[in-house]
Write a protein that binds this ligand. Structure first.
Ligand code: SF4
Length: 377
C-alpha cells in the first residue's frame, strides 16, 4: 500500500472588484452584494462530497484561500468557513493557512479577525508600486495604500506574509522594474513572488496587446533583480518564488512536489492519491450559477501512468531543490525503472545530474526545461 503524500486544501473565491486586463484566473466583477453565507454553505457541501476520496485521519498541512479576491468576504463568512473546515478535516497543528488580500479592501480590524480564525499567513496582491503602472494593470489600489498595508501586516505577528510583484509591465524600463523591486525589498517581506507579466488567452490584454519590454530588457531585469534578491537574503526556490530561509510557502511547495490537494469552490481543481496508487483529478464547475445550485463537479478523471510520470517531473523540475530519487515512487506509485533510460539521456545531455540518491537539474536543464521534459514524453 502506498504511503500517501501530504494533503492541502485550496478554496476559490470567484469575485473581484473589477476584472484586471491581464488576469486569466477564474473571477468576475462583483455586482451588488456578495452572497457570503450562501457561498460558504456551498463550499462546505462541496468539501463534504470530496471527503469520500480521503480517509478521515489524513491531516491537512496547508490551506490557501485564493481567487478572485477573498478579502471581499465578510468576517463572519471567513469565520464560518474556517469553523466548517475544522469540523470536517483534521488540521495539522502547524498548518499554514493563507488568505490572499487586495490592499484596497482591508484594515487592521479585519486582520485581527483573520488571526482569530487561525489564518496565519497573508498574501498581498501589490503587482507594482508605480501609480501609472497600477492604473494600466487595472488595479484599484494606490502605491501608498499598498505600503501602509504591508507595514501593518509586518507588525501583526502573522507567521509569514507574501508580496506579489510583477515585472515586464507595459512600457516598463529596466530602471522602473528595479525601482519597484527595491521598494518591495525595503519592506522586508519573508516571501516574495516576483514574476513576469505574460499575455494569456481570454484576457483583455490578449485582444488589445500593450507594448511590452523587449527580450533584452526582460533578461536584464531578471538578472539584476535576481542579484538584488540574493544579496537581500532571499532564496529562489521556484521559478518565481523567493523567500527568506524558513519561509518557503508550504502550500505551493506541496503542489510543486506533486502532493495532494482538495480544491473547493467554483472552478477549483483537486488532485488526490488513493492507497492503491490511483491518482484522480477533480475539476469543479466554473459556472457560478450551477455551482450555487449544488452542481459542484465538472469533471473527474484518473491519471494514467504516462500522466503521472510527466506531471511529477514537470512539477519537480520547476523547483530549485534536489529531488530524492525515492520520491518518484513515493508520489506516483511507479518504479524508477520506467524512467531509467530517459534519466540516462537527460544526464548525457547535461540537463540532469545524479548525486548519490538525488537528481539535480543543472543550469542548462533550467534554461532548457522544455527540452528536458520532452525527453520524458
Ligand atoms: S484582482 Fe487578482 S484575481 Fe481579481 S481580476 Fe485582478 S488579478 Fe485577477
Amino acid at each position: 500500500m502506498l504511503k500517501l503524500p501530504p494533503l492541502s486544501l485550496y478554496i476559490h473565491i470567484p469575485w473581484c472588484i473589477q476584472k484586471c486586463p491581464y488576469c486569466d484566473f477564474h473571477s468576475q466583477p462583483l455586482k451588488g452584494r456578495l452572497p457570503n453565507i450562501k457561498y460558504i454553505n456551498h463550499l462546505l457541501h462541496d468539501l463534504e462530497q470530496d471527503l469520500q476520496h480521503i480517509s478521515n485521519n489524513r491531516e491537512v498541512i496547508s490551506i490557501y484561500i485564493g481567487g478572485g479576491t477573498p478579502s471581499l468576504l465578510s468576517n463572519n463568512a471567513i469565520q464560518m468557513l474556517m469553523d466548517g473546515i475544522r469540523t470536517r478535516l483534521l488540521l495539522n497543528e502547524n498548518s499554514e493557512i493563507t488568505i490572499e488580500i487586495n490592499p484596497e479592501i482591508i484594515d487592521s480590524n479585519r486582520f485581527i479577525k483573520y488571526q482569530k480564525t487561525g489564518i496565519n499567513r497573508i498574501s498581498i496582491g501589490v503587482q507594482s508600486f508605480n501609480s501609472k503602472k497600477l492604473k494600466s494593470l487595472g488595479r484599484t489600489h494606490s502605491s501608498k495604500k499598498a505600503k501602509e498595508i504591508i507595514n501593518l501586516v509586518s507588525k501583526m505577528n502573522f507567521k509569514s506574509f507574501n508580496i506579489d510583484l510583477m515585472y515586464g509591465l507595459p512600457n516598463q524600463s529596466l530602471e522602473e522594474a528595479i525601482h519597484d523591486l527595491c521598494q518591495a525589498i525595503v519592506l522586508n517581506p519573508p516571501h516574495l513572488s516576483w514574476y513576469q507579466l505574460t499575455i494569456e488567452a481570454n484576457t483583455l490584454f490578449n485582444s488589445y496587446q500593450p507594448s511590452l519590454p523587449d527580450d533584452t530588457t526582460l533578461w536584464n531585469i531578471y538578472k539584476k533583480g535576481n542579484q538584488l534578491l540574493t544579496a537581500a537574503g532571499y532564496h529562489r526556490y521556484e521559478i518565481s518564488a523567493y523567500a527568506k530561509p524558513g519561509y518557503y510557502c508550504k502550500h505551493n511547495l506541496n503542489y510543486w512536489r506533486f502532493g495532494d490537494y482538495l480544491g473547493i469552490g467554483c472552478s477549483a481543481h483537486g488532485k488526490l492519491t488513493k492507497p492503491n496508487g490511483c491518482i484522480i483529478r477533480i475539476v469543479k464547475n466554473k459556472y457560478l450559477y450551477s455551482f450555487m445550485n449544488g452542481k459542484y463537479i465538472d469533471t473527474q478523471y484518473q491519471l494514467n501512468n504516462d500522466d503521472k510520470k510527466i506531471e511529477f517531473l514537470m512539477n519537480r523540475f520547476r523547483l530549485f531543490e534536489n529531488i530524492p530519487c525515492s520520491d518518484f515512487y513515493k508520489y506516483t506509485g511507479l518504479h524508477e525503472t520506467v524512467i531509467e533510460s530517459q534519466i540516462k539521456n537527460a544526464i548525457a545531455s547535461g540537463y540532469l545530474l545524479k548525486v548519490k540518491n538525488y537528481w539535480k537539474v543543472t543550469k542548462k536543464g533550467k534554461l532548457f526545461l522544455n527540452s528536458l521534459l520532452e525527453l520524458f514524453l
